[in-house]
Every structure is written in structure tokens, then in C-alpha cells.
Design a binder for this molecule. Structure first.
Ligand SMILES: NC(=O)c1ccc[n+]([C@@H]2O[C@H](COP(=O)([O-])OP(=O)(O)OC[C@H]3O[C@@H](n4cnc5c(N)ncnc54)[C@H](O)[C@@H]3O)[C@@H](O)[C@H]2O)c1
Ligand SMILES: [Zn+2]
Length: 360
């Protein structure tokens, strides 16, 4: 088992990464310390892992709530349901919420924990690769509003993250691949050596060989932890984690979140950002080519689907809430492992990059 400390102004906590951690009674005792636990999971994850968790806990939880599966349930209605169940279970300030699931459960249970009695503890038990390398670490919690994703939320750090890599074995190919896109992102923005390692271990990672998965999750969490420690509330450098994401959000909006998983959209978005960087003379085409080769080797899409109008992407990007004060901010590359926040990018340049052919 590996343990990584996340240190933020609002508190520090460990992220444990390893095999069969859900069943580790020692870990649960250490972090619950006989306090009552309230489990939040969903109907897909619970049949696989809830029993393991219940067996590892000392005694019964004070409550458990198994939610329907899917992003469409990341709503204030379900948040309210969690609060209602906490009330029914007589949860107190001492109660610890255990979030067992992917990023949707983590965000929902985390937001409920941040609001119930002005904030109670939450332990994140991420069961998707995306949640292990990204969503469970850093303290962002949210639910969606009709007007947009994650519009209602809070920063609320967990008291521990227990990332059991064995849970990834039941994930389907696409969900697993989508998580790999965020793993590649860390190499692309701040760690050329890790990017090389990913290049060399792509096959092992693709086949979910435990040692390779462990190394990839470890390096990713270290990067996320370092960025979050330096910039908990996303005032500056944390924005680097949005590499590829302005393009990705536009693609997700245009396709109404139906055809591309978030990580797949990020994969295409990172390639678009690398292409724009190359076109602006910021980096050579080697970076773009390497990104394309690694991502496609991992089974991820790298090209914008043919049926999507390039101009629609630019329009959607214009409306992205993350573009502060109309300044077109984008995360661009100077090379693999070297991303920076670029400002005042001209729309015409983005359009040209989106229409340009891939680096041959
Ligand atoms: N808080 C943050 O910092 C942050 C960061 C990134 C993403 N997010 C949020 O995370 C969500 C996406 O997370 P996600 O990709 O984990 O999606 P998800 O939680 O919807 O999980 C994807 C699918 O896999 C299933 N699943 C989960 N674990 C499984 C397992 N071990 N075996 C089999 N199936 C399993 C889920 O039930 C779901 O159907 C989005 O809502 C996004 O906004 C939050
Ligand atoms: Zn992302």
C-alpha cells in the first residue's frame, strides 16, 4: 500500500492506494475511530463492493443509501435525499460519510457532507480510475443545475481517500480508458519523465496489470496533490489541470453529454490544445505527435468527430464559464511536461487549429 499526504490550508489527509483496501479493517479503524459511519453508494457499485466494506467496518453503519446510477442524478434533489436520510439516521457532527463509488457519488456525498450541520467528515472511496486519479482528491464537491454542470458546490476536503485499485477490474473498457486520459494529462502538463513511463507501459496499463495501475495512480495523485496544495481554491496554477478541458467542455456541451465520456472529450481536447500550441509556435509538432500516439495507443479518441461543426466548438468555448472576463484563457504546451496558462488567445487561431489536419 502507498500513502500520499495531501496538504492544504484547510487541512491535510492521506490518500491510500493499493489492493483490497476496502477490506482493510485497520484503515477503517484508524479513520473512523468508532464514530458512526453513513455509507453512500449506487446501484452499480454496491453489489460489487458494499459487502466488503460492511465486513471491514467495526459494527453496523448508522445508515446506508444506495442511489440510482448516473450523472443525471447529480442533482439538488438527490443531495436533499441524502440530507433527509442523514436526519432519519440521527446523524450528528460526529458522523462520517463514506462515499463508495465514482466521481458522481464522490461529488454528491462530498457536497452533502459539506452542508450537513455546516460540514461533517467524509471519506472518499473512489471506484473509477477517473475518481481515483482526479475527483476524489482536492476537495471539490458539487451537484449540477439545469443551467450547467457543477454550478452548486463547495470546497470540502475529505479526511481520507481510500483508492482500492482492485475495484477497477469491474469497470468497463470505456470508463477505464476515460480515466487514463486524465492520467496522461498529468504527464503532458508537468512531468515529461512520467509521460515517457506511460509510453513504455501503455500495454501493461491497458491490460490493468496491478503494478502498472498502482504506479500510474500513485504518480497521478502525487501531481494532483502537489497542484492542490499550491492552489487549493483554483486562483492560479490549479488551472493547469484544465489542460484540454475548454475544448472538452465544448465537445460535451455540443454532444449533450451523450456520445463522449468526459475523459474521451479530454483526450480529443488535449490534442487540439497541443495543435494550437504548435500552430502558435509555442511547441514543435513532436509534442502533438507523441500525445496522439500515446492516447490512441490507450484506445482513446484523438480526432474531433467529423459530424461536429468546428465553428460550434468555438462558440461553445466562448460561453465557457471558466473564461474569466472574456479573456480567452487556455492551457497550452511549450512541450511535453511543460504547460502554462496562456491569455488572450485569438478566436481565429482556435478556429484554424480546429480545422487543421493532424500532425502527420
Ligand atoms: N470533484 C472533482 O474534483 C471532480 C473532478 C473530476 C470529475 N468530477 C465529477 O466526477 C463525475 C465523473 O466521475 P466518473 O467518471 O467516476 O463517473 P461515474 O461516477 O458516473 O462512474 C462511471 C460509471 O462507472 C460505474 N462504476 C463506478 N465504479 C465502478 C466499478 N468499480 N465497477 C463497475 N462500475 C463502476 C458507475 O456506476 C457509473 O456507471 C462527474 O460528475 C464529474 O463532474 C469531479
Ligand atoms: Zn477532467
Amino acid at each position: 500500500m502507498i500513502s500520499i499526504d495531501v496538504n492544504t490550508a484547510s487541512g491535510g489527509y492521506p490518500v491510500y492506494i493499493g489492493e483490497n483496501l476496502i477490506s482493510s479493517t485497520v484503515l477503517w479503524q484508524r479513520h473512523l475511530q468508532r464514530r458512526p459511519a453513513f455509507i453512500v453508494s449506487n446501484e452499480v457499485v454496491a453489489p460489487h463492493y458494499l459487502q466488503h466494506l460492511l465486513q471491514a467496518l467495526d459494527g453496523e453503519p448508522c445508515g446506508q443509501l444506495i442511489l440510482p446510477d448516473g450523472e443525471q442524478h447529480k442533482t439538488t434533489g438527490i443531495w436533499r435525499l441524502i440530507i433527509d436520510r442523514l436526519v432519519q439516521a440521527n446523524a450528528t457532527r460526529d458522523t462520517v460519510i463514506i462515499a463508495l463509488g465514482g466521481g458522481v457519488i464522490g461529488d454528491l456525498a462530498g457536497f452533502a457532507a459539506s452542508t450537513y450541520m455546516r460540514g461533517i467528515d467524509v471519506i472518499q472511496v473512489p471506484t473509477t480510475l477517473l475518481a481515483q486519479v482526479d475527483a476524489s482528491v482536492g476537495g471539490k464537491t458539487a451537484v449540477n443545475h439545469q443551467a450547467g454542470k457543477n454550478l452548486i458546490g463547495a470546497f470540502h476536503q475529505p479526511t481520507a481517500v481510500i483508492a482500492d485499485i482492485n475495484t477497477l477490474n469491474t469497470l468497463n473498457e470505456r470508463e477505464y480508458g476515460a480515466g487514463l486520459a486524465e492520467v496522461v494529462k498529468y504527464g503532458a502538463i508537468r512531468d515529461a519523465a512520467f509521460f515517457d513511463w506511460l509510453d513504455n507501459n501503455a500495454k501493461l496499463l491497458g491490460s490493468r496489470i496491478p503494478d502498472a495501475v498502482l504506479q500510474a495512480v500513485k504518480a497521478s495523485v502525487e501531481h494532483k496533490a502537489a497542484v492542490v496544495a499550491a492552489d487549493e481554491k483554483e486562483k492560479g496554477q490549479r488551472a493547469l489541470l484544465n489542460f484540454g478541458h475548454s475544448f472538452a467542455h465544448a465537445l460535451e456541451t455540443i454532444t449533450r453529454y451523450q456520445s463522449l465520456l468526459h475523459g474521451e472529450a479530454v483526450s480529443i481536447g488535449m490534442v487540439a490544445a497541443a495543435r494550437l500550441s504548435r500552430q502558435l509556435g509555442l511547441c514543435d509538432q513532436h509534442a502533438e505527435k507523441r500525445l496522439i500516439r500515446l492516447l490512441s495507443g490507450l484506445g482513446l479518441p484523438v480526432a474531433i468527430p467529423a459530424e461536429i461543426d468546428r465553428q460550434d466548438i468555438v462558440s461553445a468555448m466562448r460561453l465557457d464559464k471558466k473564461n474569466l472576463d472574456q479573456v480567452r484563457r487556455l492551457i497550452l504546451l511549450r512541450g511535453i511536461g511543460d504547460a502554462f496558462i496562456a491569455e488572450n488567445i485569438r478566436e481565429a487561431d482556435i478556429t484554424t487549429a480546429l480545422k487543421a489536419p493532424e500532425a502527420a
